[in-house]
Design a protein around this ligand. Structure first.
Ligand code: FAD
Ligand code: SF4
Ligand code: SF4
Length: 418
């Protein structure tokens, strides 16, 4: 069997894709990761803390980054996407397009290029809540720990200024897109999830009311390396937040948006309530839920958070969020499903627990796979491409790792059975 046939190509370098590559490589296969972002780690890299232990995601990610660095059997491309796939299980030809980073491996992340750069671009990691210089490190624990030049400044004097500031000859403005073709035995699709676009739920006010954020934005706001340096504040005026309403099922379990339960957003809001309570002792967190989904070992986490009297859980579907002119905060309204009364609560900030949309809802592999109505992969189909992680169902990190370990085994079997 040739090296190519034993090789596995993994699309997506989040926790799922990294796990597939690591488990496969540690069992002797060669693995190539193709990641769209300029860094590995996926959405987990932008979390503040992990439930249920509430440790920073750097714990888990750094171990994986080290394992990848130390394993010569793993190769990865960032800023890369699959252009085409042909063939079948055991014998695929995959064409990968690698976009230029304009920064080479000499980069020491010294930051001199950033200092001289004046153009700013939206910070994708912070979901547009802040800007970064056009010469930037994607985030504080980025892997690879290398700067990137935004394409917006290529061809301008600004780019030349950045290049001149670099003492390590790390900026290469002549870098061009590259096309690489791999012959591999198995392909694993681990492109994860996107937050549902909650601006489509008009009555919740996202995008219209400054003090309404999504859960993924709030995760960044609470992070020390986020747009406010970790301070939980009202976006409208920077005031310290004393009360937060977490609005569950924002888009999920709703025929007009996502008809399914996104599985993890109850746990995410319980976790985020602890961010508020830990940072601001005299704060209150209100969680408005239809049902609390905290299955198996997560029940303990739910019980622990619920024990705090300043975390108030109410069974209520929020029907409207509007600005509260008097306080500068927001008014959340709905019907208390257990008590029958109307809920009208003024808070400083509302956080929408947005649903998870699979990456495969928008970008599908070039070969056939089977999907449900929402774009989650249900089976590899005729293509034999193996799905892993959140492209199959909404899941938390532990479940993603388990699923991806199984996917690695399946991928090895495909390459061996040929
Ligand atoms: C608000 C919130 C808080 C959360 N908090 C927790 C928590 O505390 N604990 C926990 O266990 N889980 C938590 N989760 C869930 C966690 O984020 C997921 O379990 C995890 O991200 C799944 O990893 P993944 O690799 O499957 O997907 P992702 O993290 O989405 O990674 C997918 C990767 O694929 C890349 N990609 C996408 N499309 C392409 C393409 N076409 N080509 C190449 N690359 C591509 C992406 O850039 C990304 O790097 C939370 C989720 C939310 C919404
Ligand atoms: S590209 Fe050069 S100047 Fe910019 S961070 Fe890297 S080494 Fe420093
Ligand atoms: S996990 Fe909770 S908030 Fe998320 S969709 Fe399911 S019930 Fe709603």
């Amino acid at each position: 069997m040739s090296d190519e046939e034993r090789k596995i190509l993994v699309v997506g370098g989040g926790i799922s894709g990294m796990t597939v590559a690591l488990e496969a490589a540690e069992a002797g296969a060669d693995a190539v990761i193709v990641e769209r972002n300029p860094y590995l780690g996926g959405r987990v890299a932008s979390l503040n803390q992990y439930f249920p232990k509430l440790c920073p995601p750097s714990c888990g990610l750094e171990i994986n980054f080290r394992r990848i660095k130390q394993n010569p059997k793993i190769k990865f491309h960032t800023l890369a996407e699959v252009e085409s796939i042909a063939g079948s299980a055991g014998d695929y030809q995959v064409t990968v397009r690698v976009h230029p980073r304009y920064v080479n491996d000499n980069c020491t992340a010294c930051g001199k290029c950033e200092e001289v750069c004046s153009t700013e671009v939206p910070d994708a990691v912070n979901y547009g809540m802040s800007k970064v210089k056009a010469a930037y490190l994607p985030h504080a624990m980025a892997f690879p720990f290398k700067y990137v030049l935004a394409p917006e400044i290529i061809g301008t004097e600004e780019a030349k200024k950045c290049q001149e500031a670099c003492a390590y000859s790390a900026i290469d403005l002549e870098m061009k897109p590259q096309t690489i073709t791999y012959k591999v035995g198995a392909v694993v699709w681990a492109t994860g999830w996107e937050p549902y676009d909650a601006t489509r739920i008009d009555y919740l006010g996202l995008g219209r009311i400054p003090n309404v954020l999504t859960s993924v934005m709030f995760e960044r706001m609470a992070a020390a390396n986020g747009p406010t340096g970790g301070k939980i504040e009202r976006p409208s005026d920077g005031k310290e937040v004393k009360s937060v309403a977490f609005v569950q099922c924002a888009g999920s379990r709703d025929e007009n948006h996502l008809a399914y339960c996104s599985g993890i957003c109850c746990l995410a809001s319980l976790k985020q309530a602890t961010y508020v309570r830990d940072q601001i002792p005299d704060s209150k967190a209100y969680i408005y839920y239809i049902d609390v989904r905290a299955m198996g070992r997560y029940e303990d986490f739910y019980t622990r958070v619920d024990a705090d009297e300043s975390v108030v859980l109410t069974k209520c579907k929020i029907a409207r969020i509007s600005e509260d002119k008097e306080t500068g905060g927001v008014l959340v309204e709905g019907e208390d499903i257990s008590g029958g009364s109307m809920v009208k609560q003024v808070v400083d900030l509302a956080v929408l627990a947005v649903g998870m949309v699979p990456g495969t809802a928008t970008v599908k592999p070039g070969l056939e796979m089977e999907y449900d109505d929402f774009g989650f992969v249900t089976a590899p189909g005729a293509s034999g491409i193996i799905p892993a992680g959140c492209v199959k169902a909404p899941m938390e990190v532990a479940a993603s790792v388990q699923d991806s370990t199984a996917a690695a085994l399946r991928a090895i079997q495909v390459t061996v059975r040929r």
